[in-house]
Design a protein around this ligand. Structure first.
Ligand code: FAD
Ligand code: UDP
Length: 382
């Protein structure tokens, strides 16, 4: 009998497997329908020996010390600050938009305070800031919105930014200085030997059994367990009872080139050209030395593996119905990006999984204390 059946060996499932086994001594079976652990963060050496991310670029960044310290038990880190350029008006310019972006784009030599004045002169005040269009237009005006955000967003989501929650484009800041890092978090690093090695270390415990190439539904009635942790799509768990919850998919086109380096930075975004959104060159992320280089193109798709929840009001309403079902389902915990329909980064999923573990271990503690209490009382009576 397993204490826990964990569905999905990505961040959510692996963090819980590790904590339940190591801290509470639980017996855990973790299953994934894919042929590998790591979920969407899975990386591997391709046929040319270059370390690549199968499901697109994954860069670790967080402001959470507890999350960083927790993961540091399973990996050493390589310091890495992510930089992205956008191909706009025939030039490669920094994104997030910063002082250099504006100066390069318009052939100016503004200072930080002048660029702030410039933003204010072109911004169109939106009150309230409700959509992903509002966020950008309210800060940098319509022209920059159209150059950098409108078409990229339409390509990525097949929706106009005005149809998406403000949270989507709010992920990308606007700066008036020359900081061209994609993220501003305190901790920015890549696992020194890759994500998959980090997951292997997390799951390396005698109480954890890993079963790959297995949909948990194939095990129904065959393997007894006390509770389940589910990290797959929440609508699928309930057989789409309220209809399909929309997730956005991607098709990845991987290529290896006979040259040591292709791009000046890891990622180039193409808001206005091509059917793909961005091209990633992995060696920038991993620091690997190799005479060849591997890249990936991302083509957004409606159908395929679910990668992104789509943050917009009607989807939140539909998710609420599934959440109510999930909350009422005894013995199953829903956690992670797909199961809680949240556009979460890896660190946020890790934090969510650690919070669920704290809740589970708290209630196990209560159970244990009340069991001990009963035993004590019985002993006193006899
Ligand atoms: P997943 O990694 O999706 O794991 C869920 C697992 O459940 C999957 O492996 C799936 O096969 C399995 N599963 C589902 N259904 C079943 C079933 N029925 N039976 C068995 N197994 C099942 N985050 C960052 O922090 N930085 C980044 O740079 C970044 N870049 C990203 C780029 C892309 C293209 C994408 C798509 C995501 C990116 N993310 C990034 C987000 C990151 O991938 C997620 O936050 C994280 O991987 C989510 O972990 P998870 O465990 O919730 O889900
Ligand atoms: N975005 C954009 N242009 C860009 C970069 C981002 O319009 O050059 C928008 C787009 O809607 C995208 C969102 O901002 O989906 C979030 O960008 P991020 O890079 O965080 O996306 P992710 O890495 O999660 O795919």
């Amino acid at each position: 009998m397993f204490d826990y059946l964990i569905v999905g060996a990505g961040f959510a499932g692996s963090v819980l497997a590790e904590r339940l086994a190591k801290v509470l001594g639980m017996n855990v079976l973790i299953v994934d329908k894919r042929p590998h652990i790591g979920g969407n963060a899975f990386d591997h050496y391709n046929d040319h020996g270059v370390l690549v991310h199968k499901y697109g670029p994954h860069i670790f960044h967080t402001n959470s010390k507890p999350v960083f310290e927790y993961l540091s038990q399973f990996t050493e880190w390589r310091s890495y600050e992510h930089r992205v350029r956008a191909s706009v008006d025939g030039q490669l310019v920094p994104i997030p938009i910063n002082l250099d972006t504006i100066n390069k784009l318009y052939g100016l030599s503004l200072t930080s305070s002048q660029v702030e004045d410039f933003f204010q002169s072109v911004a169109e005040a939106r009150n309230p800031v409700r959509t992903s269009e509002d966020v950008v237009v309210n800060r940098v005006g319509r022209e920059l919105y159209e150059k950098f955000f409108r078409n990229y967003t339409r390509k990525q989501w097949d929706l106009d930014p005005s149809e998406l929650d403000a949270t989507v484009t709010s992920r990308v800041p606007v700066r008036t200085n020359r900081d061209d890092r994609y993220f501003s978090d305190t901790y920015q690093a890549m696992p020194l030997h890759g994500f998959t090695r980090m997951f292997e270390n997390m799951l390396d415990h005698p109480n954890i059994k890993v079963m790959l190439n297995t949909d948990y539904r194939e095990l129904e009635g065959m393997i007894p367990y006390r509770e389940m942790i589910y990290t797959g799509p929440v609508d699928e768990f309930f057989n789409f009872e309220f209809g399909k919850l929309p997730y956005r998919s991607l098709q990845f086109k991987h290529e290896t080139l006979d040259t040591p380096q292709l791009q000046p930075v890891a990622v180039i975004n193409y808001p206005n050209e091509h059917l793909y959104t961005r091209v990633t060159e992995f060696k920038h992320l991993t620091g690997q030395q190799h005479h060849k280089t591997s890249i990936v193109y991302e083509f957004p798709r409606a159908e395929g593996d679910p990668y992104y929840p789509i943050p917009r009001p009607e989807n939140s309403e539909l998710y609420k119905k599934y959440k109510a079902l999930a909350d009422a389902t005894q013995g199953v915990h829903f956690v992670g990006r797909l199961a809680t329909y949240k556009y979460y980064n890896m660190d946020q999923v890790t934090a969510q999984a650690l919070a669920l573990f704290a809740k589970i271990s708290g209630s196990k503690q209560v159970e244990l204390t009340s069991r001990l209490g009963k035993i004590e009382r019985r002993q006193k009576i006899s």
